[in-house]
Ligand binder design. Sequence first.
Ligand code: SF4
Length: 425
Amino acid sequence: PNPRRPLTDPNLLPWPEDADVRRIDYKEPVVNEYREIEMFASRGCPLACNFCVVANVYYGGAGSWRPRNVDDVTGEIAAMKKKYPEMEGVFFDDEAHNGRKEFVIALCRSIIDKGLHTLKYNAMCGYWNLDRELLEWMKKAGYYKLRVGIETADKDVARAMHKSQSIKKLYTALEAARDTGIRVYGTFTYGALGSSPERDRATTSLIKDLLEKKLLYDMQISICTPQPGTPFYGSCAGEGAITTFDWQQYDGGRNVIQSYKHYTATQIKEEVARARRVAANAGGPRFRDADFSGVLSAIPAETKKLLLICSGPRWQTRALLAELNKRPGLEVHLLLRPDPDDDFNGLALWPFGEGALAPERLPSASRDGLRRESYPLALVQINHNCGDASDYADVFRVAESAAARWIAVDIKGAVRGAAPARTER
Ligand code: SF4
């Protein structure tokens, strides 16, 4: 292969294409809470975690962090807001938005000076330099959420990952964020190099504690996946731990690729499932804010049978079922992607497989079964509470094909998108 070229100065790059595509249409709805346009204020990362594709494959190692000129960043924000008045904020999808504290403060100053602090900002950050001074600047500039890579509670796992870690610093940073009024979305990973059931369980205990202390607003639990080209892949291959070369399975969320002698793929999967259960039960503020008590009043009293389309997280499914079960005589069937942890005993289940849910992708047995059942009403789970649910268009088409009428409920419990009754079936 050719040698790597020197890292590009991000100030030489043009703003992203916005003539043929509309950047406002590329919002990320699940974690972003506003209509946000994605931007990069910097490129690269000071670190090089052993599993990270960005640091290791794109940029060739640690020390790749490069900031943009802050006035150019705020110029881009102002231009987008002018072009799309409906824009509510910006998602800085940098690898490490806060690569340098002075850079973020300068960016905050520029945002405030240009009157752009009325927008909402959300950014990918490390917790290494999140102190009160920085967080107060960010709050003043309109930042409402930071996504922070925490990954593990265990020092040895962090060391094996090549990730700098200090639990004390983490708590200090998260307490400062909570006191400043900035939400934190934490990310955690299981089955990393050096992990074990005990070490990953320590991470689960950390998640529980952070949620209970309201230091996390929301979180993501992923499976550490040895992507080819990373040192993690090399280590796993070296110890014969790679179990498949079916790249489709390298998804980081459902499948475990590595099986260590002391910690098998099955055990890793069990620890991930356990962590997700503990997290759902501990419930971050985002979960606790949800209130599904209004759902029943949106369901006509004469409804005897309902199809619940499980296109949101399982905790939301369970919360909805608990609510629906309060209506005597209401029979609930589920359309869902089966999960080994499911415990929906006694309910009629229509399965769908991997990939996005759409009428064309339904297995024929489920499609035919739904048609036979002829549901009067379908209830669609939406996994966010953005005003715009156009990202669920395919799921709504499934609802239309399966039921005479459908309603949707968002992640906070608001009922919306009630479709008029269809005149024909
Ligand atoms: S901190 Fe994040 S972006 Fe940086 S190397 Fe680690 S995983 Fe990659």
